[in-house]
Each structure stands twice: as structure tokens, then as C-alpha cells.
Write a protein that binds this ligand. Structure first.
Ligand SMILES: O=C(O)CCC(=O)N[C@@H](CCC(=O)O)C(=O)O
Ligand SMILES: [Zn+2]
Length: 349
């Protein structure tokens, strides 16, 4: 086994050697494991039908995804399962992981719109990751997928959910929704506007079936209860190995939301009208005030809206909250998360 990875992918990423040289090994099952860069491992099986990026650690304090990625890479190295897709595993931001923070200078997950001028470490990281993903997808013609794994800052009415970015591509995302259900996630949220996130980058530039996954809530490394994410791990292994996905949960329901509005903070005067620790998907009835900034009042629209990722402390110019409404997709027809198409009528209970 590659001596650099023998101590584990996460350990190497957090404590890399002074000089890193890309290297690769071939496992006895014919799978090639290439350590492309610190925090980036590429898996190439002899035959592949999908090209799947699984990224974690974009935010340094969201650690369950990092533990999951480390575990999947170890299992492949141990030949515990044999992938039939090309894979790119990423642990993105070791400095932020060491510092137990979301980011050091700038939110990395807002830097995927384009190549960034090098004003800080996050810009460099975003540029490197864009290059890695571009090279990976352009290497083959397999179906492109990207799961960017995160954990929410606050409590949530839905513990595990997927956020599907809106792109200008016409990609039918029903296989992605099936995967979320097979992972026993609680909900999907369809964006309506471009967002410069890592999953948006793969959806927009490569037409990937891409989503941000919210896996529970932030916790210190190794203080996560990884049993909670076993259904996601099982579904990932099935997808990576070309096997039938697990059946959706019989106990849990599955909710569909579409984003109605994005509230952007434009000045330091921005205030949310509710408590800072309100849970994701807290519902506000029509007319209830949500936020205020320099005399502009944001209130819930007809039918009410639920609030997701509210954060008044974001940098000026960034998203301070998403507002969503439930809807029922018609899954007998293609489902597009395209900036120009409404995914379907709102469904109020
Ligand atoms: O809990 C929060 O407020 C943030 C959790 C998180 O990092 N979420 C991602 C979502 C990205 C997307 O919209 O696809 C983020 O804010 O970057
Ligand atoms: Zn995050």
C-alpha cells in the first residue's frame, strides 16, 4: 500500500509531509488509487460507468462528512468493496479543520463561480479544486455526479437533506432524488438561482447530477455519531459499486421544497427578525416579518415560507437566508433544476 496513505487519508491531509509528490498504486483487485494532491485522492477501476466526486471539509467545522470520506477511502484501500465508477475524494480545507472553524478568511463555498484572484488561502484552494474536478470529469465520458458533503450550523426540522443547485443545463435530476431517498434523507431543496457553490460548479460546468448534502449538525472531529449516517454510507457504497440502491425508508417521509427567494445581506444594518438559533425549515405564516435592512422589510409571501441557513453574520453581498415552500414534483416526467424553469406547483398542507 502507498506508504503516504497507509496512516489514513484524513491523517495525511491534516499532517502532510513537507514535500508532497503525487503518487499511485494499483490494488490487487485492479483498482488504481492516485493521491493527486494533499486532500485529493482519485480512484480508477478497470471499467467505470460513472464519474463521482465526493467532497468534504469545504467548511472546516463540518466534520461528519470528513469522517465519512476518510472511512470510504480506507475501505477502498482495504478492498472491502470494489468501485465500478471513477471517484474523486476530497478533504478540502485542512487549515480550517485544524482551527475548528467554517473558514479562515473567506467562505470557500462561495468561490466556485470562476478562477479567483489570489487574495487568500481559500481563493487558492477553490482554484485548485476547480482544476482537480475539471481534469477528473474531462478524463472520461461517464455520467458525472458530485456530492458535496456538509453539516448544518443549527438545528433543523429535517436532519439530513440535499440542496440541488440551479444551473443553465437541462439535467433531469430524478436519479439524484432517488439517491437521496435511498440514503434515507428527509428532504430535498431545489434552488432557483445560480449560487457559486462547489456543487453548483459541477452542475453548471459539467452537467453533473450534483447536490450539497447536509448531514446533521456541526460537531468536533470524532464526536459525531456516524451510525446516523449509515443509510447514506450504504447508499453511497451501492452507487459506487454499481449495485441496486437500498429501498427508501418505510418509517420516514420525504419532503420536497423549492427556493422562493434568496435574501442577500447588502449592509451591516441587516437584521433577521427571529432568534439567531431558529431551526432550519422554521415556518413563517404569510405576512410575518423575516428580516429588515435599512427600511426594507422582508415578510413571508402568500402561503408562508420556511427559512433555511439563516445567518445575519455573513459577509456583505452574501446570502443571509434561503426561503422555501413545499411542492410536489411530478416524477413521471423529467425534473429539471434549471434557472429558467419552475419545478412545479406549491403544495401546502
Ligand atoms: O447551516 C448553515 O447555515 C450552513 C451549512 C452549509 O454550509 N451549507 C452550504 C449550502 C450550500 C448550498 O446552498 O448548496 C453553504 O452554506 O455553503
Ligand atoms: Zn458547509
Amino acid at each position: 500500500m502507498d506508504s503516504q496513505l497507509s496512516g489514513g487519508f484524513l491523517k495525511h491531509t491534516l499532517f502532510p509531509p513537507k514535500i508532497f509528490t503525487p503518487n499511485s498504486i494499483t490494488l490487487s483487485n485492479g483498482v488504481i488509487v492516485r493521491h493527486n494532491a494533499i486532500g485529493v485522492v482519485e480512484i480508477t477501476p478497470p471499467v467505470s460507468d460513472k464519474a463521482i466526486v465526493i467532497s468534504s471539509g469545504i467548511h472546516g467545522d463540518e466534520t461528519a462528512p470528513i469522517e465519512l470520506v476518510d472511512d470510504l477511502v480506507s475501505s477502498i484501500l482495504d478492498e472491502a468493496f470494489q468501485p465500478t465508477s471513477r471517484l474523486l475524494f476530497i478533504i478540502a480545507h485542512p487549515d480550517a479543520i485544524h482551527a475548528h472553524t467554517r473558514f479562515i478568511e473567506e467562505n470557500l463555498n462561495r468561490l466556485f463561480a470562476d478562477t479567483n484572484p489570489l487574495r487568500n488561502k481559500e481563493c487558492q484552494l477553490a482554484n485548485n479544486l476547480q482544476e482537480q474536478v475539471q481534469t477528473f470529469f474531462k478524463k472520461g465520458t461517464e455520467e458525472p455526479w458530485h456530492f458535496d458533503l456538509h453539516s448544518a450550523i443549527r438545528a433543523s426540522e429535517h436532519y439530513m437533506f440535499g440542496v440541488v443547485p440551479a444551473s443553465t443545463k437541462v439535467t433531469d435530476i430524478r436519479p439524484l432524488v432517488s439517491f437521496l431517498k435511498a440514503s434515507h434523507m428527509d428532504a430535498v431543496m431545489l434552488s432557483r438561482t445560480p449560487s457559486s457553490t462547489f456543487s453548483w460548479y459541477s452542475a453548471e460546468k459539467f452537467g453533473a447530477l450534483a447536490a450539497t448534502f447536509e448531514m446533521g449538525r456541526v460537531a468536533r472531529l470524532y464526536e459525531n455519531n456516524m451510525e446516523e449516517f449509515k443509510p447514506l454510507r450504504d447508499a453511497l457504497v451501492a452507487l459506487l459499486c454499481g449495485e441496486t440502491l437500498p429501498a427508501p425508508s418505510k418509517e420516514k417521509g420525504f419532503s420536497n421544497y423549492k427556493v422562493t427567494r434568496t435574501i442577500t445581506k447588502t449592509s451591516e444594518a441587516f437584521n433577521l427578525a427571529f432568534s439567531d438559533d431558529a431551526a432550519n425549515f422554521t415556518y413563517f405564516a404569510e405576512g410575518e416579518q423575516l428580516a429588515e435592512e435599512n427600511g426594507t422589510v422582508y415578510s413571508a409571501i402568500a402561503g408562508g415560507e420556511a427559512v433555511v441557513f439563516p445567518n445575519s453574520k455573513v459577509a456583505i453581498g452574501q446570502r443571509a437566508a434561503l426561503l422555501v415552500q413545499p411542492f410536489e414534483p411530478n416524477l413521471s416526467e423529467p425534473l429539471y433544476v434549471n434557472v429558467e424553469r419552475d419545478p412545479g406547483p406549491v403544495a401546502f398542507s
